[in-house]
Design a protein around this ligand. Sequence first.
Ligand code: ZN
Length: 246
Amino acid sequence: MYPARLRNEAARLRAAGESWSSVARILGVSRSTLRDWANGHSMRTNDCPVCGAGDLDAGAYAALLGFYLGDGCISRAPRCHFLRVACDRTQQCIVADVTDLIHRVRPGGRVFHPAAPGVTVVQSNWQHWPCLFPQNGEGRKHERPILLDEWQRRIVEAYPGPFLRGLFHSDGCRVMNSTRRVVAGELKTYHYPRWQFSNASADIRELCCWALDLVDIAWRQSNPRVISVSRREAVAALDRLIGPKS
Ligand SMILES: [Zn+2]
């Protein structure tokens, strides 16, 4: 099995005017193999960044990975796969963000916004979405292991902020808590913000905690499914890193 990059290079050389003999000599591939590739239409450029020769906008990918793990799913269609991210209909900035991220990860692809009850779905059709998100699988995410491949971990390590934006802007929320304390004999009410990330998958919660550790933001597990960021300096740092959810 020849790598896709070799087929792409063959297609590029042919497009540049090289003869079949010349391409065979340059790449060390027999002419009959080149002919098979051409006949099988496998010499069309494969623009997948994982199995082909496409480039990947790693920062955009890190954020889209966060959104996928939060509110995304991939489903198989006859000729491609659908990537769908369900966004709250009232949060059009999130819809715009996810739409932009998909455009950056898959340049030239179309993005659809099919209507669904209570949500705006951001959808893109491409046969390579499972390459980009190998966590794709049967059943719900919390019922199967969600582990990142090594190349995905390297991207998140390089872009923890965008990854956290994707997670918190999908399955997270920024809430105001209040507490009452007696100060100098007087009962006072204090309000303070906190971020919460809620997901049924222990693996996804663990990824959230790992990314928070990467940026030195303190967190704690406030209940079995919720990760909280509540220290004042930690909330401020996360605010700066991911911006408001709106
Ligand atoms: Zn691919």
